[in-house]
Design a binder for this molecule. Sequence first.
Ligand code: C5P
Length: 305
Amino acid sequence: MAVRSVTATAPGKINLCLRVGALRDDGYHDLATVFQAVSLVEEVTATPSAGFTCAFSGPIDVSHVPLSDDNLVIRAARAIAAASGYDGGVHLEVIKRVPIAGGMGGGSADAAAALVAVDALWQTHLGKDALMSIAADLGSDVPFSMVGGTAIGLGRGEELSPVLATGHFEWVLVPSDHGLSTPTVYRELDRHRDEHRLDIAPIAASPDVETPLLQALRGGDPQLLADYLVNDLQVAALHLQPELGATLEFGESHGALAGIVSGSGPTTAFLMPDSTAAMDLVDLFTRRGQRALRVLSPVHGARLQ
Ligand code: C5P
């Protein structure tokens, strides 16, 4: 009997460390990052259809998500059709939980879940390597959402190697009302670096992940990890949304071990000592009129439901 529909999930991410090298000729920056997948997942259901269509719903406002061929889930499905020679179409229903344009890889997670769901629906047998190569073509963060867990990302962020992390970490996430476009944040960082080039350290040609961060992850100690959270894009995100500074300060003075802008922002992520402190901080942000979510890390990557 023909398969009626297939559902897959894929996680959003936090960058525990994000070191950005110089601008490359192809418009990208060489990165050294440590990704960690968080328990905020996108869900994609693929159903056979004549054409390629998608629809979005979920607990966040999805009214501005473009449903055109540019959408990453449609691009993911078309890429699988091209690679496998499949000549049908698919309808993709996405339940969105990761903030849009929030620096948490939500669009990348949609693409990763779509790849896994469509591959299974069409039974393409493309194999892991082919899927990972399609993932890297779709976006720098898509391969990480495929594998999940904790991983170092080099190159554009798509060259992954696993990192040993023990235990779980507790986070509070504070999404912003207004998204930030990733290219705009990188451009702002380049502008800032250019303006202050006489005052700041030279930009590393190939940035590195600091060893003590990897040791903190191995030990599973949030107190230690807090000292090594770093994001080179934070200064650029703060220029574009100065109010993030007050959010970071509020979290850090109300129980968080450390606060950081997630990826290109503007979501802020607070590392918490335990679940009680995390629940308390969610309450405090809510009373302050800011939406806040408690999540755990790391979680697994894209998989069938
Ligand atoms: O790969 P992705 O489509 O997610 O990248 C979006 C944009 O973010 C790129 O067009 C580029 O402007 C910026 N970017 C970058 N360096 C990276 C990753 C992304 O400059 N390593």
